[in-house]
Design a protein around this ligand. Structure first.
Ligand code: WQD
Length: 341
C-alpha cells in the first residue's frame, strides 16, 4: 500500500488520522518536531493499530532537513500536512513566528513534491478563513474574509499558495480541508487532546475543570444573538474528522478529483452553543460542571457551523458520531491522562 507522510502526526488531529490511515492499510511516516506534542503518542498509536509508524523528528523550518527526508523517502505518494503553530492568541503576539513556521514549511514541502512524478497533498485548513460568515450554514463558496489573526491568515495564505502551485505543477493534486471545531478522543483512550499549559479551547477546559485541574469554566459571554446568548460552533468528533482525511486522500490517489485543487468544509452541519456543550458534558459524565458567565472574549465570532453537502456528496463522507459521543470520549480520555500522571 502507498506510503503517506503525515507532518504533525503526533498532534491531536494528526495522531487520530495516522490511526485511520493505518487501519486503511497505508504505510505511514510521521514527521514531528515535538514542539507541541509528546513522543508517547507513538506508543498510543501502536497500542491501537499494532503497527508503529516510521517516525522522524524534524523541524520543517530546516529546508536541508526536508530535502534530505524526501531524498530518503522518495516513494512517498501522499502528504497530509498538519504541522503548524495554531494558537490564535499567540499568533497576534508573535506573527513572524507564525508566518515563518506555517508558511515557510509549507513552501519547503511543496518544493519537494514538485520533484516527484506525482503527489497528493492534503492541507489542514480551518473554518477560521470565513471569519463571521454572512450566511449560515457555511458553504465552501462563502467568501474568505480578512483574517481575524495571523494564525487565520496563515491558513488563507497557505490555501492560496497551494492553489497557485497546483495550477503551475500539474503533477501535484491537492485538497484543503477546512475544519470546524475538532473535539473528543479515540474510544480506546490511547490517544486524545494533550493541550500544553492552560487550555485555550472549550472542551479540554471543561474536562480539566471536571477533573479538578481548573477551578471553574469561564463562559465567554451570554449576550450574543443566539438561542441562549452563548456562541455557537460546529463541534466535530476528531475520529470523524480523521476518517475524512483518509477519504480525501483516496480521492486524490485515485485521481477522482474534478480539479487539481478543491476545498471541503468538515463539520457535523449542526451548531451547538457553549451552554449546550456544557449540558452535553454533564449528561454523559454525570458531573455537575462548575462555570460562570464572564465577559466576551476578544475576536470570538458569534456563530459558525458547516454546510456539509459538498463533503457528503462529493467525498461520500459524513459524520457518524454525536456531540455526546465526543464529550464522553473527551471525559474518558481526561480521566485516563490524570490516572497516568
Ligand atoms: C469555542 C467557544 C469561546 C474557552 C479555535 C480556533 C480555530 C480552531 C478551533 C484551529 C467560543 C467559548 C472557549 C473557554 C469559553 N483552531 N469558550 N470558555 O475559538 O471556535 O476556534 O479552535 O484551527 O481556528 O480559533 O474554539 O474552543 O476556543 O472556543 O466560553 O474557556 O467556546 O468563546 O465561543 P474557537 P474555542
Amino acid at each position: 500500500m502507498d506510503k503517506i507522510l503525515v507532518t504533525g502526526g503526533l498532534g491531536f488531529i494528526g495522531s487520530h488520522t495516522v490511526v485511520e490511515l493505518q487501519n486503511e492499510g497505508y504505510e505511514v511516516v510521521i514527521i514531528d518536531d515535538l514542539s507541541n506534542s509528546s513522543i508517547k503518542v507513538l506508543d498510543g498509536i501502536k497500542a491501537i493499530t499494532g503497527k508503529a509508524p516510521i517516525f522522524e523528528k524534524l523541524d520543517l523550518k530546516n529546508k536541508a532537513g526536508v530535502e534530505a527526508f524526501f531524498k530518503e523517502h522518495n516513494d512517498v505518494k501522499g502528504v497530509i500536512h498538519f504541522a503548524a503553530s495554531k494558537a490564535v492568541g499567540e499568533s497576534v503576539k508573535e506573527p513572524l513566528l507564525y508566518y515563518e513556521n506555517n508558511i515557510g514549511t509549507l513552501v519547503y514541502i511543496l518544493q519537494e513534491l514538485k520533484k516527484l512524478p506525482s503527489s497528493s497533498f492534503i492541507f489542514s485548513s480551518s473554518c477560521t478563513v470565513y471569519g463571521q460568515a454572512d450566511e449560515l450554514p457555511i458553504t465552501e463558496s462563502a467568501p474568505v474574509k480578512q483574517a481575524e489573526s495571523p494564525y487565520g491568515n496563515t491558513k488563507q495564505i497557505g490555501e492560496e499558495i497551494i492553489r497557485d502551485t497546483c495550477k503551475a505543477v500539474p503533477s501535484i493534486q491537492a485538497i484543503a480541508l477546512r475544519y470546524f471545531n475538532p473535539v473528543g478522543a479515540h474510544e480506546s483512550t490511547m490517544i486524545g487532546e494533550l493541550p500544553i499549559g492552560v487550555p485555550q479551547n472549550l472542551v479540554p477546559f471543561i474536562t480539566q475543570t471536571a477533573i479538578g485541574l481548573r477551578e471553574e469554566l469561564s463562559v465567554f459571554g451570554d449576550d450574543y444573538p443566539t438561542t441562549d446568548g452563548t456562541c455557537v460552533r460546529d463541534y466535530i468528533h476528531v475520529v470523524d474528522l480523521a476518517k475524512a482525511h483518509v477519504v480525501a486522500l483516496g480521492r486524490l490517489l485515485q485521481n477522482k478529483n474534478e480539479s487539481s485543487y478543491e476545498t471541503f468544509n468538515l463539520g457535523t452541519g449542526k451548531g451547538s452553543s457553549v451552554l449546550e456543550v456544557v449540558k452535553s458534558f454533564e449528561r454523559v459524565s454525570g458531573e455537575k460542571l462548575n462555570y460562570k458567565i464572564v465577559g466576551r472574549r476578544e475576536g470570538d465570532i458569534i456563530s459558525a457551523y458547516a454546510d456539509t453537502n459538498k463533503a457528503n456528496d462529493v467525498l461520500g463522507w459524513k459524520t457518524e458520531l454525536s456531540l455526546d459521543d465526543a464529550m464522553r470520549s473527551a471525559w474518558l480520555w481526561e480521566q485516563k491522562v490524570r490516572a497516568n500522571k
